[in-house]
Write a protein that binds this ligand. Structure first.
Ligand code: C5P
Length: 243
């Protein structure tokens, strides 16, 4: 058996060279980290759930014409994705105040925002992914003005799609983070949604009870993380009810 070439190992995922040129195998680990890896644990089954959930969201986005890196799920923990050059920004979309926005601006968690608010963080673990302005992004050349227009449009379309999908199963999409990749097609470059979309990267609250069904369960010691993610998967019909 040949050993696969590992391209990158992050906090929650490993990337391997894919079987065809331009592809990558994305492996979902069970590791959970928070506060820039100051808090760590292994949550049995988290990788399997996030692989399924990210497949579900990315497939839905592909179907409505929002391009993503997702090609197909390979097995319980792995999916085949398009290789892309990741834009060094975390794109955060917020519908309700929570987390760092609440802390920074003193707005109570759960307050509905007047409109979706987009924030950009510079992807750098050593710096703790600091919040940056469009001025920084332009001046340091992390993305062009055209890229920023495209990123805004992608982020808002992902927000519309994800908010609707969640609302249909009684869940409020409070906020989420996406990453964007560049793919090159001849003379053109296209931006696509990359990385993952899962309860690791979203805040999801039950509309009736306010129960948190996302990584805050781990960050704030609110209970069993795998149970929360399973509940999201069960409501979406991603896992059979017995699972
Ligand atoms: O911590 P903060 O309130 O800024 O997070 C906003 C949203 O972005 C949350 O849904 C969080 O899970 C997500 N996020 C993420 N990865 C980061 C930072 C935030 O997925 N490095």
């Amino acid at each position: 058996m040949a050993r696969r070439k590992k391209i990158y190992e992050g906090k929650a995922k490993i990337l391997y060279e894919g079987p065809e040129p331009g592809t990558i195998v994305q492996y979902f680990k069970d590791d959970a980290t928070a506060f820039n890896a100051e808090k760590k644990d292994v949550i049995d089954g988290k990788g399997v759930l996030n692989n399924r959930l990210s497949e579900y969201f990315m497939t839905g986005l592909n179907q409505i014409g929002v391009p993503t890196h997702f090609i197909r799920r390979l097995n319980m923990r792995e999916q085949l994705v398009r290789n892309c050059e990741i834009v060094p920004l975390e794109i955060i979309v917020r519908n309700y105040a929570a987390g760092s926005l609440s802390k920074r601006l003193g707005i109570a968690e759960g307050t509905q925002l007047p409109r979706p608010i987009i924030e950009y963080c510079y992807k750098d673990d050593a710096l703790g992914d600091p919040l940056v302005s469009e001025e920084h992004i332009a001046a340091f050349g992390w993305a062009s003005q055209q890229d920023m227009d495209d990123i805004l449009s992608l982020a808002l379309r992902v927000n519309d799609f994800m908010s609707g999908v969640m609302l249909a199963v009684g869940i409020r999409l409070v906020d989420f983070k996406i990453e964007i990749g560049r793919v090159f097609e001849g003379d053109f470059q296209r931006l696509i949604v990359a990385d993952e979309i899962s309860p690791d990267s979203c805040r999801l609250w039950d509309i009736e009870t306010g129960q948190k069904l996302d990584k805050d369960v781990f960050r704030r010691d609110l209970g069993n993380l795998a149970d929360a993610y399973s509940e999201v998967a069960r409501r979406l019909g991603v896992l059979p009810k017995s699972n």
